[in-house]
Design a binder for this molecule. Structure first.
Ligand SMILES: [Zn+2]
Length: 281
């Protein structure tokens, strides 16, 4: 069974068929059961149970979709883009609301940064319930961006390669990752990133699972690959360290505790899902 990382569930019914006209969106916003998302400090607000907080409609700019039959909206807001400061909050977020949290955060932040046409510089208008922006001057249509990132487990003789970046919490090791560049396949990006960061060649790259990561708009594409050799040449500009870990060390670390060989990534990170999936395979 394919593992489902945090943020990856279906979330709301996005109801694309209802986004077509401003009149249709306005009708939805006027319904008694319509609600809009509450924002606080750059994030969708959560209650004490980690569920998202909704209120009566006052500024229904973005049509997020349907919860059952009930329309759900968001106002425009100033959205946070940095994951590290909100990691403790993510630990409280209910997994059932995580996909909507991710969609709303990425969408709201995109609007706050893309008011002007990249083609001609004119101010653009929000259309399709906020799922695109249209330029009244040159006719260009702009869609919320998604930035693909390859994140990979690398295996060699039964051990896994994990690395740590300088900004990680103490003892944290995690999967290597990097943005996929234009004109590059997922497989090529995995091979290039691994070669750049730790100097080894990989083959047999295959897809495991993916995760929207809303800081600000990444799509994490989780892969597994086999290293063709085990000798590391670490790029110290990218990584503070990288090491091979045995299956027992990974298992112990996922269980946590003071004697764990490393601090595993948190449950909200797809890296943890990949490690759990590898142990269960
Ligand atoms: Zn334009």
């Amino acid at each position: 069974m394919r593992p489902e990382p945090f943020f990856s569930g279906p979330g709301l019914d996005r109801a694309d068929q209802l986004r077509g006209t401003p009149e249709r969106i306005a009708e939805l916003a006027e319904r008694d059961d319509a609600r809009q998302l509450v924002w606080r400090d750059g994030l969708p607000e959560m209650d004490e149970c980690g569920r998202l907080v909704w209120t009566q409609i006052s500024d229904p700019v973005l049509f997020l979709g349907l919860n059952g039959d009930a329309p759900r909206f968001s106002p425009l807001a100033e959205a946070a883009s940095q994951a590290f400061s909100v990691m403790p909050l993510l630990a409280q977020l209910d997994a059932a609301d995580a996909p909507l949290f991710a969609a709303a955060l990425s969408l709201v932040r995109w609007h706050s940064r893309h008011s002007y046409c990249a083609n001609c510089g004119h101010q653009t208008d929000t259309v399709r319930g906020g799922w695109s922006r249209s330029c009244p001057n040159c006719g260009a249509e702009h869609f919320p961006r998604v930035d693909p990132v390859a994140i990979m487990l690398i295996e060699h003789e039964g051990r896994l390669l994990l690395g740590r970046q300088p900004h990680y919490p103490e003892h944290r090791y995690s999967a290597l990752a990097g943005f996929i560049e234009v004109g590059e396949s997922i497989e090529n990006a995995v091979a290039r990133e691994v070669k750049e960061e730790v100097g080894i060649d990989v083959g047999d790259v295959h897809y495991v699972a993916s995760q929207p990561w809303p800081f600000p708009s990444s799509l994490m594409i989780g892969c597994h690959s086999q290293a063709l050799n085990g000798d590391l040449t670490i790029d110290r500009n990218e990584l503070e360290d990288a090491r091979w870990f045995t299956r027992d060390e990974v298992r112990q670390s996922l269980s946590g505790g003071c004697s764990a060989p490393f601090q595993a990534p948190p449950p909200s990170a797809i890296a943890r899902t990949l490690l759990e999936d590898w142990l269960n395979a």
